[in-house]
Design a protein. Structure first.
Length: 544
């Protein structure tokens, strides 16, 4: 048989071989802050094309691990090996601003391309050098850069016209999209993504999911959106108790494997404990008898050698506990007829009519900038219509969760004083009791807001907006600062809440669990969608 292989066979053979290129390896990494150990004995190895999710509770050290991998933070112990020439990028913390357009900003971030293009402009008298630069530019797809930048920006919600506006003309959320677009455009060998969907709508989140699925290199994704993790990663790194454990499969597979592992450990330890008790019973019964003393000692030695497997303690999750409305309103609690909404001369929504029932669970979807938050403000009574009629039940109370309330918390006030300022008529006993519903008990109510974590601040906002037991909750991106466990706790509380809910979120899992009807904001209007979230997403995908 001939040993000569066809070119196609060689190619197939090479593809079947394991990829031995060690991009980055972390060995026994430790890190502490002010004497508190954050990471201890972390081992991590990445090679080739891997799509990995990094999960763990808020404060477990996920973002810290990213900064160590980027050399932003110096680790205390252990060793890091990186392959020479491999690029590692994450979203920059500084929000892009200034006179550059989004497209110009993306192009400017590819420093090597900019440098080579400048060299090309100044080497016309050196054909050999020109040839080398051309080869390098072609290999890095430099001449496709503008079209690639346009594709990324379009996917992130920037129209062709908007791609040429100055960065200073965009909101903070859209400028953060530009920061995300900059690293997606550069296609680093290792892409570090820390909650990349926080400033995205459902439609753009869907686009990012497709982009990451097709990403030809490696990425690590920190996300608390379980559906997004399920759709994008093929392995999970679980950070818990300062340790990192790898699990193959998506997030749901990780949960199943982890739960089974803990169950098996518990069952093994139970059997060992039963065996230990049986042997100790023998020892206590016969150790004083000379004829049985040797056997008793033998059992004591066996007991001393018994090894119990360590169980990982469950993380404590604070439950949300919304008070039920004082009055349950079953009929129409809010109606609006032929209303127009906007700011100044700018009309955002027009000729919108509809109503909300006392037990509605409504999801508001649509691309950012189409008017979702504008509509939410109108429903909450914070924005007056330009035209049309709004009629609300006389007993209607509204709790409105919004990002600016979260961002404008008075960091130098205690929790108790902050709620007191929001509700001057409330007595201290009622305030402390209500804060206890959201996990703030004892002296915690006298802690400064500036000392709270992101998740704790989110809970404080929920406590503040529900102190009057509203009949209608309007929630604009309520999950941004909550980890997966806290999101599940919020879902559970909203499911049992007896009032109406209007919800804006990019978290598909959250939408599917809470909402039972969909309002689509598009083309200056609000229309009810007849299908569910999955059907709506399929329509969005087909349009894209």
């Amino acid at each position: 048989m001939s040993k000569i292989l066809l070119k196609s066979q060689v190619s197939q053979l090479l593809k079947s071989r394991p990829y031995k290129n060690n991009m980055i390896t972390l060995q026994d990494i430790s890190f502490s802050i002010a004497g508190k150990m954050i990471l201890d004995g972390i081992d991590l190895h990445l090679s080739g094309r891997q799509h990995v999710g990094l999960v763990g509770r808020n404060g477990s050290g996920k973002s810290t691990l990213f900064k160590i991998m980027e050399n932003i933070l110096e680790h205390d112990g252990g060793r890091i090996q990186k392959e020479r020439g491999k690029t590692i990028l994450s979203i920059k913390q500084e929000m892009p601003d200034g006179n550059l357009t989004p497209r110009e900003f993306l192009l400017s971030q590819d420093v090597l391309r900019v440098k080579l293009m400048n060299q090309l402009e100044n080497c016309h008298d050196n054909p050999e050098l020109m040839g080398e630069i051309y080869d390098q530019l072609i290999s890095m797809k430099a001449f496709d850069a503008e079209s690639r930048a346009a594709v990324v920006l379009n996917g992130l919600g920037f129209s062709e016209e908007a791609q040429n506006f100055p960065l200073s003309s965009f909101s903070g959320g859209f400028r953060m999209r530009v920061a995300l677009g900059a690293i997606l455009f550069q296609e680093p060998d290792l892409l570090l993504l820390d909650e990349p969907t926080n400033h995205l709508d459902l439609e753009t989140t869907d686009w990012l999911k497709d982009f990451l699925n097709a990403y030809p290199k490696t990425f690590i994704l920190i996300s608390h959106d379980r559906d997004f993790l399920n759709d994008t990663v093929d392995a999970i790194f679980h950070l818990k108790n300062k340790k990192l454990t790898r699990y193959n499969g998506n997030f749901d597979t990780f949960i199943e494997t982890y739960t089974l592992k803990q169950k098996n450990i518990e069952e093994y330890n139970a059997k060992m404990e039963s065996k230990r008790k049986h042997m100790m019973s023998f020892v206590e019964r016969f150790q004083a008898k000379a004829t049985k003393a040797r056997q008793a000692q033998s059992r004591l030695k066996a007991i001393s050698k018994m090894k119990f497997l360590p169980m990982e303690p469950d993380d404590h999750t604070i439950a949300f506990n919304f008070p039920d409305p004082e009055t349950v309103l079953a009929s129409n609690i809010l109606t609006y007829d032929k209303i127009s909404l906007g700011y100044g001369d700018n009309v955002v929504l027009k000729n919108v009519s509809g109503s909300i029932m006392g037990d509605d669970r409504i999801a508001i979807v649509g691309s950012n900038g189409n008017g979702k938050t504008t509509f939410a403000k109108f429903l909450a009574g914070e924005l007056k219509q330009k035209k049309g009629v709004r009629e609300a039940n006389g007993k209607l109370k509204v709790g409105f969760y919004k990002q600016d309330l979260f961002e404008k918390l008075s960091i130098n006030k205690t929790l108790c004083d902050f709620v007191k300022d929001m509700m001057p008529s409330a007595i201290d006993k009622h305030i402390r009791s209500h804060l206890g519903r959201f996990g703030f008990s004892g002296d915690k109510v006298f802690q400064l807001i500036g000392e709270l974590s992101g998740g704790e601040r989110a809970r404080l906002v929920f406590a503040t907006l529900t102190i009057e037991a509203p009949n209608l909750l309007i929630l604009d991106e309520p999950t941004n600062h909550l980890d997966i466990e806290m999101r599940e706790s919020l879902i559970s509380s909203l499911t049992s809440y007896k009032g109406a809910i209007v919800l804006i979120t990019h978290d598909r899992h959250f939408l599917n669990r809470v909402a039972n009807s969909i309002f689509v904001v598009a083309s200056n209007s609000v229309e009810q969608f007849s299908g569910d979230v999955d059907q709506y997403e399929r329509i969005v995908q087909s349009r894209r």
